[in-house]
Ligand binder design. Sequence first.
Ligand code: NAD
Length: 257
Amino acid sequence: MSVSGKTAIITGSNSGIGLGVARELARAGANVVLNSFTDSKEDHALAAEIGREHGVEARYIRADMSRAEDCRALIDTAGGCDILVNNAGIQHVAPISEFPTEKWDAIIAINLSSAFHTTAAALPVMRERGWGRVVNIASAHGLTASPFKSAYVAAKHGIVGFTKTTALETAEEPITANAICPGYVLTPLVEAQIPDTMKEYDMSREDVIRDVMLKRQPSKEFATVEQLGGTTVFLCSDAAAQITGTTISVDGGWTAL
Ligand code: NAD
C-alpha cells in the first residue's frame, strides 16, 4: 500500500514544515488538504499550485487549530482522512516568571490540544476506511528541554505522550501513530525567535544561529522541510507498518548528546 490516492490532512501547512510535508506527500501521489487559520487568495493558490505540479487533488481548508470545534470541522469538511499530520505550532520565548498566561494557553491549545481534537475526529474515519497514519510533528523539545520555552517544551513532551497512547489504542488495527522530532529547521517560526533570543542572550544574529540554535545540533546544519516531508512519507509506507508509538529524530544528532 502506498500513499498514492490517499487523502492527507496537514494542519498548519501554508508555510514551513507543514508546507514541505504537504509537497512531499503530494509528490508521492497523495491528495492533500492544506490548512491554516487564514483564508487568503494565496492560501488557495498554494493548494492549486501543488495540485497542478503533482497531478493530485489539493485543497485548502481554513480552520483555527486553537479552537476545538474548528479542529473537528477540518476533518469533517475534508470528507475523508487516511493520513493526519498534526503540525500546526507556535512559539514564545520568555522566562517562566514573565511568561504571559495567554501565550501559555495558546501554545498548549495549538501545539498540543489541537492534535487531540483532530485525532479524535480522524480515527473513526480511518477505521471506516480500514487504514490510517497519524504523524505528529513534535520536536527535539519533545525529548529534551531548553530555558525560556516552558510552554513549548511542555506541549511537545505532551504530544510525544499523546502519540504513544494513540498508538496503543490503535495497535491491533492497520493504523499507526508516530511523532517526528525535528531539531532546528530554518522556517518562519525559527526566524521569528531570532530577535527575542538575540535580546535574551545579548548576541548578534549570526552568534544566535551558531552558538544558541545550532549549538546543540552536532551536524551544525539546519534540518530541511524536504527531509521532514520524506520522513513523513516513509512513516506512511508499508515499510513502516510496524513502527508505531515511537519518535523519529531528525535533529542532526541533538538528542544523541
Ligand atoms: P511556521 O511558523 O512556518 O509554520 C507554522 C504553521 O502553523 C503555519 O502554517 C501557521 O499558519 C500554522 N498555524 C499557526 N497557528 C495556527 C492556528 N491557530 N491554526 C492553524 N494553523 C496555525 O513554523 P514551522 O517551523 O514550520 O513549524 C511547524 C511545526 O514544526 C510546529 O509544530 C513546530 O513546533 C515544529 N517544529 C519546528 C522546528 C523548527 O526548527 N522550525 C523544530 C521542531 C519542531
